[in-house]
Design a protein around this ligand. Structure first.
Ligand code: PLP
Length: 400
């Protein structure tokens, strides 16, 4: 009998993990690596949040919590949604999970039947299609264009929506492109969704706070409240508060979806870590200056990265408007050779040769559904970013 499940056959090991392992291997050999493949902030979790965790341990809050999360954290989430997004939810419409990833997983396993379709604008976060496959559904990527800043248009959406569509995923600001939908673009998308009442929406707002040039964050529920009953808002503290390791994400949706997600969670992880939940209360309710200060720092790094790549004609880049990634196109470099005569046939070749020759790690764009590009993260120190970018520029100039 075959050991591994059929379900797993279609699921790939994440490209991010592959690069991460290569980085570790190189470091083990004593090589210096500049890791621009990371998906998390280089800042430390703020001290007040760490203190809240110490105090939770000392107070003995080390036991199971309710499956859906602590009441205190639910209240903090409701207040956040009200204050920052002018949205009002009830406690029964909130679930707290071990990261935003588990929110998505719970929702999809609770709702997808075999071959139900999930529309995913491409380039996409690596995990969306694989989570959909693991849950038995069918990912349906909508290819976006460089010319439309990697955003779907209402027309694109209309062409793929059909009676099998269960979910549409919207991630703005986006990983990996850094694109942010404008109010006008979202309004047009919402208008189309009005005519497809059976389609549900995952609004992945995890990068909500990391947004530049005074752009306003909006999600579909804010734009069109009539979609509230069929939208799952996914958010968490991982990215905004430099808390990736604490594993706290949350979902806001109608009670039916939340109840189903609770049933899944009760039979898998039970509840998110109690100590992390107390820390997350402090993140949401404590001082917010950390978030604001960091946006300024990320924006400066984004500007430095854009300036650095602007020296190269062979690399095209859309200026990211949010998150901490960019997705430069290397279409013009495919078919060129390295100094050692190695042919660059794909973005994977480019990334592996770059890592081998310069020690700079980035991720092949194909992992995100974006062939002939690479994803670079600027959630690293200014010095590392500058070093990394100039090594990339130098490497590209050696390609013939
Ligand atoms: N959504 C997007 C677009 C992400 O990039 C990530 C993490 O990289 C997540 C969700 C999940 O975040 P978490 O660490 O809270 O599970």
């Amino acid at each position: 009998m075959q050991l591994l499940s059929k379900r797993l056959e279609s699921v790939k090991t994440s490209a991010t993990a592959k690069i991460h392992n290569l980085v570790l291997e190189k470091r083990l050999h004593g090589d210096h690596v500049i890791n621009l493949a990371v998906g998390e902030s280089d800042f430390s979790t703020p001290q007040n949040i760490k203190n809240a965790a110490y105090s939770a341990i000392q107070s003995g809050y080390t036991r199971y919590t309710p499956t859906g999360g602590l009441d205190e954290l639910k209240v903090a989430i409701l207040n956040k949604l009200h204050k920052e997004n002018s949205l009002s939810y009830k406690k029964s419409e909130i679930i707290i999970c071990a990261g935003g990833k588990q929110v998505i997983f719970n929702a999809l396993i609770a709702t997808l039947n075999q071959d139900d379709e999930v529309i995913i604008p491409s380039p996409y976060w690596v995990s969306y299609p694989d989570i959909v496959r693991l849950c038995g559904g069918k990912p349906v990527p909508i290819k976006t264009k460089f010319e439309t800043n990697f955003k779907i248009t209402a027309k694109d959406l209309k062409e793929v929506l059909n009676y099998k569509t269960k979910w549409l995923v919207i991630n703005s600001p986006s990983n990996p492109t850094g694109s942010v939908y404008t109010i006008k673009e979202l309004t047009e998308i919402c208008k189309i969704l009005e005519s497809f009442p059976d389609v549900n929406i995952i609004s992945d707002d995890i990068y909500e706070h990391i947004i530049y040039d005074n752009l306003q964050f909006r999600n579909v529920v804010q734009i069109n409240p009539s979609l509230k009953n069929r939208t799952l808002i996914v958010n968490g503290v991982s990215k905004s508060y430099a808390m990736t390791g604490w594993r706290i994400g949350y979902g806001a949706a109608n009670e039916t979806i939340i109840k189903a997600m609770l049933a899944v969670q009760s039979q898998s992880t039970s509840n998110a870590c109690s100590i992390s939940q107390y820390a997350a209360v402090e993140a949401l309710e404590g001082p917010q200056d950390f978030v604001e200060k960091n946006i300024g720092i990320y924006q400066q790094r984004r500007d430095a990265l854009v300036k650095s790549f602007s020296q190269l004609e062979s690399i095209e880049l859309i200026k990211p408007m949010g998150a901490f990634y960019a997705l430069p196109s290397i279409k013009k470099l495919i078919g060129k050779c390295t100094c050692e005569g190695i042919l660059i046939r794909s973005d994977e070749d480019f990334v592996y040769e770059l890592l081998k020759t310069t020690g700079v790690a980035v991720i092949p764009g194909s992992a995100f559904g974006a062939k002939n590009s690479f994803r670079i993260s600027y959630a690293v120190s200014d010095a590392l970013l500058e070093q990394g970018c100039s090594l990339i520029v130098k490497f590209v100039r050696t390609l013939k």
